[in-house]
Design a binder for this molecule. Structure first.
Ligand SMILES: *Cc1c(COP(=O)(O)O)cnc(C)c1O
Length: 502
């Protein structure tokens, strides 16, 4: 046995796979002697279905099982553990009151097939959430069905297609700026559109002349993220919307970054026809590990006939589900979307109120600008102007020392921080995209800033230290290419952890 695998190192436990633990005959339960006659399994099941042994099946005691899973649960990192500045993802703290609310039995135990008369509270919540989201965004209707941001984009594009088709021609192309999230071109392509990339201008925003040049009567829509993925407000959005509408096209807004503008500016007032909300970002629904989230879609009245069914309506003081929309694009999700996520967002909106939502945006923007200002002399800032909810640096100053974005991100883990988003947006080489969110205190931001400054210094004085980081984690660098290309999903007698553990 190698020294470093004996016992523990500090409090970073060595944890082999269950298959590599325990011993034959060890068990987690002890049952009393049976006091009824034993029935041989052969009498109950056909012989060919019986298995007397499972090869390699781990046999462990209760405490071994409990420790194994408890230790692994602590390898995780989340917003309840520390700062999580993952740009574009809005990893803010999710108030626990939201969890209390959705766990109320009337919500958590409601059955989707419950008759309307017994689901008035749930229907009222959906009805009011639609109104709140419409009010925040300046849209006229909202579909609560989509389960994520990308799913909302897809529904938005389906609505645009259905609308244009109803006018006689669905058209062929969709314009997408080069700073867009990868889901934008993907959603357009899934809807059968060819994607035309629009180059951002030197100030990081889409310029009206670039849109005008690409815009013709074969273009169905433009998809603009506002604020965009550089954390900048698209200053010309109203003019761009006019150009697109002038040729009969539709304007889609990727509203994932609504947390920077809510209560201050409404996309619907700037000519947007359809947008998605990421409730699991702006409206504090917990996310990570793939969900469950919710990506409602806000739309203007001309798109309403195409909304997914059912829609919640109020009739004579009661709430009803209307399944009868003849031009509907159909359902995009079972039942009514991720209802528990909707309840959390509702609780969040109700607990903050209009002035609270505005305050969220103000503080998110101040936090990002504070961070940007403090780090400006230490990291290259490609677009040097006030930002919204996030700021984007690059590794251009560290490259001469052969220290790259990935190294900086890994070194941050030694200082106890989750790294920011890296290498996105694609238009910034070696991007470090930092989103502090409004839920972090100045003290936390200052600690993060101190770590980033220290790393910039190390890059100059001891670049090798940064290049070989992280030094304090259980596992150093993983072969990410190999993990993606040749994932080891089967136990072959020797765990992957064992091989790479330091
Ligand atoms: C997060 C994000 C998306 C995708 O949202 P999902 O809920 O992850 O599908 C799309 N666009 C932008 C700008 C985003 O930040």
């Amino acid at each position: 046995m190698k020294d470093e695998t004996i016992g523990i190192q500090g409090l970073a436990f060595h944890e082999p796979l269950l298959f590599d633990q325990g011993s034959k005959g060890r068990t987690a339960c002890s049952l009393p002697e049976s006091d009824v006659p034993e029935v041989k399994p052969e009498r109950l099941l056909p012989k060919k279905l019986l298995r007397h042994d499972i090869p390699g099946f781990p046999e462990l005691s209760e405490v071994e099982v409990v420790r194994h899973f408890t230790r692994m649960s602590q390898w995780n990192y989340g917003v309840d553990l520390g700062f999580y500045p993952l740009g574009s993802c809005t990893m803010k703290y999710n108030p626990k009151i939201n969890e209390e609310v959705w766990r109320l039995p009337g919500f958590s135990r409601a059955h989707p097939y419950q008759p309307e008369s017994l689901a008035q509270g749930a229907l009222q919540l959906m009805f009011e959430l639609e109104q709140y989201l419409a009010e925040v965004s300046g849209m006229e209707r909202v579909s609560l069905q989509p389960a994520a941001g990308a799913h909302g984009e897809l529904l938005g594009m389906m609505l645009i297609r259905a609308y244009l088709e109803s006018k006689g021609n669905p058209r062929k192309r969709v314009l997408v700026p080069d700073s867009a999230h990868g889901t934008n071109p993907a959603s357009s392509a899934l809807c059968g559109y060819q994607v035309i990339q629009i180059k951002s201008g030197p100030k990081g925003c889409v310029e009206p002349h670039a849109v005008a040049e690409a815009m013709d009567e074969d273009v169905a829509a433009i998809m603009v993220t506002n604020p965009n993925t550089l954390g900048l407000f698209e200053e010309h959005i109203a003019e761009i919307a006019k150009i697109v509408h002038g040729k009969g096209g539709q304007v889609y807004c990727d509203g994932a970054n609504l947390n920077a503008i809510m209560g201050i500016s409404r996309p619907g007032d700037t000519g947007i026809d359809v947008l998605q909300f990421n409730l699991h970002k702006t409206f504090s629904v917990p996310h990570g590990g793939g969900g469950p989230g919710a990506g409602p879609v806000g739309l203007k009245a001309h798109l309403a006939p195409f909304m997914p069914v059912p829609v919640v309506e109020r009739k004579g003081g009661r709430f009803v589900l209307n399944h009868n929309l003849p031009s509907s694009v159909g359902k995009v999700r079972a039942f009514y979307g991720n209802f528990a996520a909707l309840v959390r967002a509702y609780a969040y909106i109700r607990s903050l109120g209009p002035s609270g939502l505005r305050r969220v945006a103000e503080v998110a923007v101040i936090n990002a600008n504070y961070l940007m200002k403090q780090l400006k002399g230490h990291y290259h800032l490609p677009y040097d102007k006030f930002c919204k909810h996030e700021c984007v640096f690059s590794d251009a100053r560290q490259i001469p020392h052969d220290v790259h974005t990935l190294d900086i991100a890994k070194r941050l883990m030694d200082y106890g921080f989750h790294p920011p988003t890296i290498y996105f947006p694609l238009i910034v080489r070696g991007a470090l995209m930092i989103e502090p969110t409004e839920t972090e205190s100045k003290e936390t931001l200052d600690q993060f800033i101190a770590a980033m400054k220290k790393i910039a210094e190390e890059a100059e004085r001891e670049p090798e230290l940064v290049r070989s980081a992280p030094h304090k984690t259980k596992i150093a660098r993983l072969d990410e290419v190999k993990a993606a290309r040749q994932p080891n999903l089967r136990w072959k007698g020797k765990g992957p952890v064992e091989e790479s553990a330091r």
